[in-house]
Design a protein around this ligand. Structure first.
Ligand SMILES: Cc1ncc(COP(=O)(O)O)c(C=O)c1O
Length: 325
């Protein structure tokens, strides 16, 4: 069978990437080793039952200072400590040690570009049986160079997913549990396969919840609204810092309250946020143009402040950042 040149080029690129990745330094159960040497068995509990908890952090490279800044390092590990409690996982090192190990690992990799950091705590016993107790716990950190997760300039097009957000009474989205991300994956793939960029999920009772991996804000008549923590959102770290910035820097009234689906259509602005998505304007929901169809003034203003801060260009918010080098 003839193999297309395009396919050969893609698989060569994938192979080169795999080889490069194998050389990254990772942390696994107290040791720093090469990704290629950090092996797990196929019977690993978390792989079968979703019994893991993860975090996602960004490090932003500042070329003028030749510095890599990790955004809200401690806050991510505080949330992780809360998440692990929910599914009876134990991380064997303290909050200070988690921060220290992360800095050391980033340093060891020596990246001089933006990175994404992925801590993962998981049930690592290699045995059959769905439960949370009497299992071995493991802890790992992986990191990789990383750019934009979704478009942050042009604005993205979203659909309201036919998949509802999982409820706290079924599996709590407040905790960043690996298994729960099947819910997000169903919604995201449905959106992409239907020609949209991202999904917005509703709660079981029909209120707007969040994107597949982002929290959501709307702007109506100069006021900003975002779903409360009790509407099955992940209590995002970006969400919290944007609320602070909108209040302090833009003098806006930000209210946490449930949002109806139709409010998305009539809003002046809609935007998503998250460590991966950063601050991402939404210009269309369910084929209804939002505002002027271009990123609105609130989100544009917020993006400017946000990107200055995360790259270490705003001294007043330096304490949000941890320098690595
Ligand atoms: C479901 C979900 N909601 C919201 C967020 C945004 O959270 P954060 O700003 O802490 O990255 C994420 C990303 O981690 C997520 O996965």
């Amino acid at each position: 069978m003839a193999i297309k040149a395009e396919h050969v080029a893609t698989s060569r690129a994938a192979e080169a990437r795999r080889r490069e990745q194998a050389q990254y330094w990772v942390y696994l159960d107290g040791e720093i080793k090469r990704y290629g040497d950090a092996r797990l068995g196929i019977m690993t509990h978390a792989l079968h039952y979703g019994t893991g908890v993860f975090e996602g952090l960004r490090g932003y490279w500042n070329p003028e200072h030749e510095q890599l800044f990790i955004l809200k390092l401690r806050e991510h590990y505080v949330r992780m400590q809360q998440s692990v409690k929910v599914i009876k996982l134990k991380i064997p090192i303290s909050l200070d040690e988690l921060c220290q190990v992360t800095i050391e690992l980033v340093r060891r990799n020596g990246f001089r570009q933006d990175v994404y950091i992925r801590p993962l705590a998981f049930k690592s016993s290699e045995e059959i049986g769905v439960r949370l107790h009497n299992l071995k716990d493991s802890f790992a950190i992986y990191l990789t160079p990383y750019g934009d997760y979704v478009d942050v300039e042009r604005g993205i097009r979203c659909m309201v997913s036919s998949w509802r957000r999982i409820d706290d009474t079924a599996a709590p989205p407040r905790a960043k549990i690996t298994g729960i991300y099947v819910n997000s994956a169903l919604a995201k793939t449905e959106a992409l396969e239907n020609g949209f960029d991202e999904a917005i999920m509703l709660t079981n009772d029909g209120h707007v919840c969040e994107g597949s991996a982002e929290n959501l804000f709307i702007v109506r008549d100069g006021r900003v609204f975002t779903p409360p923590g009790t509407d099955n959102i992940l209590e995002g770290i970006t969400r919290l810092l944007l609320i602070e910035l909108m209040r302090k820097e833009l003098g806006l009234d930000v209210v946490e309250r449930s949002i109806d689906r139709s409010e998305l259509y009539v809003a002046d602005e809609v935007f998503l946020c998250g460590t991966g998505a950063q601050v991402s304007p939404v210009v269309d929901v369910d084929r209804r143009v939002i505002g002027s169809g271009r990123p609105g003034p609130t989100v544009a203003g917020l993006q400017k402040i946000y990107f200055d801060i995360v790259r270490g260009r705003n001294e007043r918010y330096r304490d949000w950042l941890t320098p690595v080098y």
